[in-house]
Write a protein that binds this ligand. Structure first.
Ligand SMILES: C[S@@+](CC[C@H](N)C(=O)[O-])C[C@H]1O[C@@H](n2cnc3c(N)ncnc32)[C@H](O)[C@@H]1O
Length: 313
């Protein structure tokens, strides 16, 4: 039987030999998961013996990690915007870069709720539509390709005036939608988010949403098909291809969303899209050709990661 200390040492060496950079940290996260201790407790109790079940689970998990299975799929959890999300191989593991999109969405929405900033039209009544199923006095937000629902749930949890908004989340994969629903329930915002299975904004057609949406968020697949084979094994072997494959040039979804978004946004509304920094010039081209105004924001690594686009009022 191994002590916590010895188990960590073994795992660190095993993962290092498998070529993993963050071997020590990953060993701790996996051992914390298997022992149900937090990482501080692991150090405090470093001479504690693992029981047989803990040791067996830990060895299995470390070996699977050595095969490049992502830690988040092994533990079933990933932190995003300081919230704990359930994940499984049906959904992309939420990335820290995507927090930029959520922060910008919250900045726009919270400022508007307080009645400051330039985009006050976010809170003005849109064209009324007799078929509308959304409460007329609500701000309608749509998260397209919601995956684990990390974006929509984070907005719902962090927005200042949740009672003023109505959030729709669309997703093509039924298995991903199951995870999305679990996360919305887990964070107590299931009543605030309506899920739609289907292609981009298609499910919202004939729902009275055209011209009614104040803000669209989208982190859609943007890897060019041929480049998927060059991604890290953690991503290419384990994350859903449906969440990665952006078509021949990686822009399939952007072309379609830029065109559909126009139909659904109300005047003064916003389209927030996470992008592949390598495709920035092509995306500028698409937005310019379609007559959008836009701004680009850099992620923490200084890469062009987010587009905030709007239609002229
Ligand atoms: C890059 S992942 C992002 C997931 C999540 N929004 C996030 O930021 O973690 C893209 C998501 O879009 C979904 N998707 C792919 N094609 C779609 C389509 N045509 N319509 C709606 N969702 C789609 C994928 O299943 C996947 O969940």
């Amino acid at each position: 039987m191994l002590t916590i200390n010895k188990a960590l040492l073994w795992a660190k060496n095993y993962l290092k030999k498998s070529g993993l950079e963050n071997a020590a940290l990953e060993a701790e996260v996996l051992l914390a998961f298997c022992t149900k201790l937090d990482r501080v407790a692991l150090y405090r109790q470093n001479e504690r013996l693992l029981n047989l079940e803990e040791e067996e689970n830990f060895r299995q998990m470390v070996k699977r990690r050595g095969q490049r299975e992502p830690v988040a799929y092994l533990t079933g959890h990933k932190e995003f915007m300081s919230l704990d999300f359930l994940v499984n191989p049906a959904v992309l593991i939420p990335r820290p870069e995507t927090e930029l999109l959520v922060e910008k969405a919250l900045e726009i929405l919270n400022a508007k709720a307080l009645g400051v900033g330039q985009a006050s039209s976010l809170f003005e009544a849109g064209r009324q539509n007799s078929k509308s199923q959304t409460p007329k006095d609500k701000i309608l937000i749509v998260d397209v390709g919601t995956g684990s629902c990390a974006i929509a749930v984070s907005i719902a949890k962090h927005i200042k005036y949740l009672n003023k908004v109505c959030i729709y989340a669309t997703e093509i994969s039924p298995a991903a939608l199951e995870v999305a629903r679990l996360n919305a329930e887990r964070h107590g915002v299931a009543e605030r988010i309506t899920f739609w299975q289907g292609d981009l904004l298609e499910p919202l057609k004939n729902q009275g949403c055209e011209g009614q949406v104040s803000l669209i968020t989208a982190n859609l697949p943007y890897i060019p098909t041929r480049e998927i084979a060059c991604l890290e094994p953690d991503v290419r072997l384990y994350e859903p291809r449906l969440a990665l494959n952006g078509g021949k040039d990686g822009l399939d979804f952007y072309r379609r969303l830029i065109s559909q978004g126009r139909e659904f946004l109300k005047p003064g509304g916003y389209l927030l899209m996470e992008i592949n920094p390598a495709a920035i010039n092509q995306i500028f081209g698409l937005l310019n050709a379609a007559g959008w105004k836009f701004n680009v924001f850099l992620d923490l690594n200084g890469k062009e990661r987010l587009i905030v686009a709007g239609l002229a009022v």
